[in-house]
Design a protein around this ligand. Structure first.
Ligand code: SF4
Length: 92
């Protein structure tokens, strides 16, 4: 499905630049495929064939607040977010 395309096909788990100011990535070694992030931010994340979350091309259509919410909702804290200065936004 086209809307399930990773933002960066070469780096489906990131890090990718989101909203022009944030770095978002998934640690596939931590991700257990719970898909909570997909439920919270279906525009931001989808599971690949390995049941690992990828950052989608449509991620910029979501708000940064909701993307952070998706990271918070991950049961294993596998989603990482930094601002453009390299400050960790989540997990702290
Ligand atoms: S919520 Fe966390 S463990 Fe579940 S798919 Fe997303 S990144 Fe992976």
């Amino acid at each position: 499905m086209d809307n399930q395309t990773p933002l960066d096909k070469g780096k489906p788990y990131g890090p990718v630049k989101v909203k022009g100011a944030y770095k978002v990535w998934v640690d596939p070694n931590l991700c257990i495929g719970a898909a909570t992030c997909v439920a919270v931010s279906p525009k931001g994340f989808a599971l690949d064939t390995q049941a690992k979350a990828v950052v989608l091309r449509s991620v910029d259509e979501d708000t940064i607040e909701n993307i952070i919410e998706a990271a918070r909702a991950c049961p294993v804290a596998a989603i990482f977010i930094e601002d453009d200065k390299g400050n960790r936004i989540f997990p702290k």
